[in-house]
Design a binder for this molecule. Structure first.
Ligand code: ZN
Length: 186
């Protein structure tokens, strides 16, 4: 792991999906956090165009940053569908900066949206593990669970009706079911 000087407002740390970049100090919305850098590749040169790794950052049709170099600490920043930072791409300068789009608190993981192409190629096939997608998945699972419970309860009520037993809830509901309660017990 590269040594990071302590005046930087971030550190590399463990995240759910491996390593990630975490704020160590408050970072104000709009702040330039770090530069994403590496050798510039020219798509018109075959050997450069042939380079393939998951840290390539395309500036435009011609130029791409190869961010796989060790010194590029920004390569540790993970993708999020609801990020707290963004990539500020400057094709003419051939530079990319990662900039806060929210106020970031110490301990927060720094994320930016990698974009549709990356998402389709790398994340969709395995399922996005970002906090936003995890929350969404959890919610969907909870809803599915609730729906299953509802269906089950309905089926149980039906079955009880069919066998002539009044469901527990109705037994306690005095008035209307007085007669039935007697039948069930008797
Ligand atoms: Zn996601």
């Amino acid at each position: 792991m590269p040594a990071i000087s302590s005046n930087k407002p971030f550190r590399v740390g463990r995240s759910k999906t491996g390593l990630g970049l975490f704020a160590t100090k408050p970072i104000k919305k709009g702040t330039r956090i770090i530069r994403y850098f590496g050798p510039i590749l020219d798509s018109r040169i075959k050997e450069q165009d042939d380079i393939e790794n998951k840290y390539l950052f395309e500036l435009n049709g011609r130029w791409t940053i190869d961010g796989s170099v060790r010194k590029n600490v920004a390569r540790y920043i993970n993708h999020s569908c609801r990020p707290n930072a963004e990539s500020d791409v400057r094709p003419r300068e051939r530079k990319v900066f990662i900039r806060a789009i929210k106020n970031i608190e110490p301990g927060d993981e720094i994320n930016y949206d990698y974009g549709t192409d990356y998402f389709k190629a790398y994340l969709k096939p395995i399922g996005c593990k970002c906090a936003s997608c995890e929350t969404k998945r959890k919610k969907l699972r909870a809803e599915a669970r609730a729906e299953r419970a509802k269906v089950k309860a309905r089926a149980e009520r039906k079955a009880q009706k069919a066998t002539g037993k009044a469901p527990a809830k109705k037994k306690l509901n005095g008035k209307h079911f007085n007669g039935k309660v007697g039948r069930v017990r008797g």
